[in-house]
Design a protein around this ligand. Structure first.
Ligand SMILES: [Zn+2]
Ligand SMILES: [Zn+2]
Length: 729
């Protein structure tokens, strides 16, 4: 991680970047150095000048921040720099003569390619490029824009021939004619000329690579982008980079992603799911995954099928069809008649999507298009007819899904040759007799336990309150991976690591994101990853979304890289107390690990996610970490975020110490007072700041402050029967 000398500063806001619907983007420059302050003591003075002289004289032990001393920004510290230094100190010249101190250009004083100044370059796209439909052109715009933001120089975009001495040339490769694979890209520098080649979204990904690896950008959030300040950067002669995304489908669903932030965050972080159909199209390099229904779809196809045949449009047919309650309905898996109905619905719905929809925002592309042929959102209503029951005996409910999806995958070829069918499976039974067709994508949803890391056998004999764990899922994931590898089907995974509903407590499984993804990709052959989030950021959900997007894009990353990325994010998001926050997260993780198996979501409550004894023992230490992190925060926004963490820490902490500090405490008045003070502060903070507590009115802050019951009970009610509210003593 880069050294941080001073606080971040805001560069300003820009609205409407590169297209319709783009949200305002705030740029934050990370001051990795201050020109002239070579010893990093916060002052620019004669001591710094003396340090430069000692450095040049090669005095033993003399060291300095080379960026801060490099007055002419040539990458070297020389006698010339030393002279400029003294001219500034003598006020013959100004520091501002050597750097841009306002507006764009503050972040990178001297950008060169193969040693050539950036202002000798233009950006070239082929002469026949259509700006509205070319990802190469869009990528050129992105590069132009961000070079300007970082350096203050805006290179021209030209069609055909370069108009300057040097060029950065974009080449949109056709997937079917190129040697490059899907979304694969190359960028290189030869004889001072930079060339960028990519299929589909490849040029765009190459651009984001260059922006992050060379120009100092970090696309870490939907509403702000960080730029590390650099004095001088050279993109070197001879550079050759070729990359192909390992994951075919990469999707993080969460509030920090989403449509308004697509261009500033979702795309730079390599997400490509069809869930963002507002950005479908060649311009943005096209999307991957399911058109229309992204998961449950049988109810939709049934509705389309049952709609009036004489409806003037397919949309009207759909709207007037029979609506079933998808939480209480599943079709028969083995009836030919039911299959024909649903398949007809699928074909009609696809016609609506690809042909009738006025927006034309859905385009069938064989390599990346899928249609969902999937069960409804219920596991209690599977058909129990004789034929289905017989099928379940060997292949489980999952087998029913495979059986139907296989039929659809074959039959759809008549309508859309090359189309693949996708289905979700809640039931994970390993196939015995019915195997997925090569034209299938199997979306394996979740596992029995969110606490133990997949593939480790960590659940052992533990089970959740519902009696589940990961033991069978781990076996099943590997088996499904092997079967898919044999048949040519793909295996994707739908991950549920978020907290769901009990929003004052964050599910302690951040470490799992790395371990789980590595195992899924390396051991199970998973080629698509979906991350589900609950969109509430009281705790570390935004961090989880960010980390997931990083691992999805780069499953090869090492554990050290993962933790470096995490610390870097914590520093940007919360300020200089990032090490304390890292430790806090690790302690939360430990409290989770001691809790046994739990399942995120409404299934399990905070009581199942944390070992209350551990929190009881460590509450003061954990809280002190947050207090220190708050002291070290650099901005009010960061302090506010830590205040919310602190309220959540007190909510769970006070719950766990309630007996010791208050209820059973007869002899320590100080501790009682402390309990009440912290309770009041937590209660008032949640109330005054409208901190979201639960998705419905079912639970919420009590009307008045009272200390007689613990806060967990007060806000979220009683535990499940047989579950103690208190730490084991
Ligand atoms: Zn049936
Ligand atoms: Zn477990």
């Amino acid at each position: 991680m880069k050294k941080i000398i001073s606080a971040v500063l805001l560069l300003g806001m820009l609205a409407g970047m590169l297209g319709v619907g783009a949200a305002a983007q705030e740029y934050v420059i990370d001051q990795t150095f201050t020109l002239g302050d070579v010893n990093g003591d916060g002052y620019v003075d004669a001591v710094d000048a003396f340090d430069v002289v000692r450095y040049l004289a090669d005095v033993d032990g003399a060291s300095l921040d080379r960026n801060a001393a490099d007055m002419d920004a040539d990458g070297d510290v020389t006698a010339f720099d030393s002279l400029q230094f003294r001219l500034c100190l003598a006020e013959v010249k100004q520091w501002s003569d050597y750097e841009i101190t306002e507006g764009y250009g503050q972040a990178l004083y001297n950008l060169t390619i193969a040693g050539n100044p950036i202002n000798t370059y233009c950006i070239v796209v082929p002469a026949d490029t259509n700006p509205d439909t070319s990802n190469a052109y869009y990528s050129a715009q992105v590069l132009q824009r961000y070079i300007w933001v970082a350096t203050g120089f805006e290179p021209d975009i030209v069609f055909g021939e370069k108009t300057t001495e040097n060029a950065i040339a974009f080449h949109q490769e056709d997937l079917h004619e190129s040697e490059l694979g899907l979304e694969e890209y190359i960028y290189n520098v030869t004889n001072g000329q930079m060339n960028i080649y990519g299929t589909r979204r490849g040029c765009m990904y190459a651009t984001y690579d260059i922006l992050e690896e060379y120009l100092g950008f970090l696309f870490y959030s939907g509403d702000a982008t960080l730029i590390y300040k650099n004095r001088m950067v050279d993109i070197p002669e001879g550079l050759y980079v070729q990359r192909e995304p390992l994951m075919h489908f990469r999707m993080v669903r969460g509030g920090t992603f989403g449509i308004p932030n697509a261009l500033q965050y979702y795309f730079p972080r390599r997400n490509n799911g069809h869930q963002l159909s507002a950005y479908e199209g060649e311009k943005y390099g096209t999307l991957t995954g399911t058109h229309g229904f992204h998961a449950h779809s049988f109810q939709g196809y049934y509705q389309m099928y049952t709609g009036p045949e004489d409806a003037p449009t397919l949309l009207e047919r759909y709207e007037n069809g029979t609506k079933v309650d998808e939480l209480h309905w599943q079709p028969c898996f083995t009836s030919d008649e039911v299959y024909e109905q649903l398949f007809t619905g699928l074909v009609l719905y696809s016609k609506y999507l690809f042909e009738e929809r006025p927006k034309k925002d859905q385009v069938f592309r064989p390599e990346t298009s899928l249609l969902s042929f999937s069960i409804c959102d219920s596991t209690d209503y599977f058909c129990k007819c004789e034929n289905c029951s017989m099928l379940y005996e060997t292949d489980g409910y999952a087998g029913g899904s495979v059986y139907m999806a296989n039929r659809a995958a074959a039959d759809i070829q008549e309508y859309y040759p090359g189309m693949r069918i996708y289905f979700i499976e809640y039931d994970h039974t390993i196939p015995q007799t019915i195997f997925p067709d090569k034209n299938l994508v199997v979306m394996f949803c979740g596992s029995g336990c969110n606490n133990h890391i997949l593939g480790t056998g960590g659940c052992g004999d533990n089970v959740t309150l519902k009696g589940e764990n990961n033991n069978y899922d781990e076996k099943a994931l590997k088996a499904w991976g092997e079967i898919c590898a044999q048949t040519g089907a793909e295996l994707w995974y739908w991950y549920y690591p978020c907290t769901y509903s009990y929003w004052l407590v964050g599910s302690p499984n951040i470490v799992n994101i790395y371990e789980d993804y590595k195992w899924l990709v390396n051991e199970c052959g998973v080629t698509g990853l979906y991350f589900e989030s609950d969109d509430i950021y009281n705790n570390f959900e935004a961090l989880k979304e960010y980390l997931a997007s990083r691992v999805i894009a780069d499953p090869d990353m090492t554990e050290d890289e993962f933790y470096d990325i995490m610390r870097e994010y914590l520093r940007i998001y919360y300020g200089d107390g990032y090490n304390e926050l890292f430790q806090y997260i690790m302690m939360q993780n430990e409290a989770g690990d001691r809790a046994g198996c739990f399942r995120n979501g409404s299934l399990d409550r905070p009581r199942q996610m944390f070992d209350y004894k551990y929190i009881d023992d460590n509450y003061e230490e954990m809280r002190a970490l947050l207090v220190t992190a708050r002291d070290k925060a650099n901005t009010d926004a960061q302090r506010t975020k830590i205040d919310t963490l602190l309220a959540c820490c007190d909510f769970l902490g006070l719950t766990c110490v309630h007996h010791r500090y208050y209820k059973n405490n007869t002899d320590n008045e100080e501790l009682r007072q402390l309990y009440m003070e912290r309770y009041d502060a937590m209660y008032n903070y949640i109330k005054e700041n409208d901190i979201p507590v639960f998705p419905s009115e079912q639970y919420g802050l009590p009307a008045a402050i009272s200390y007689e019951e613990d806060p967990m009970f007060q806000i979220y009610g009683a535990e499940r029967s047989g579950v103690s509210r208190y730490p084991a003593s």
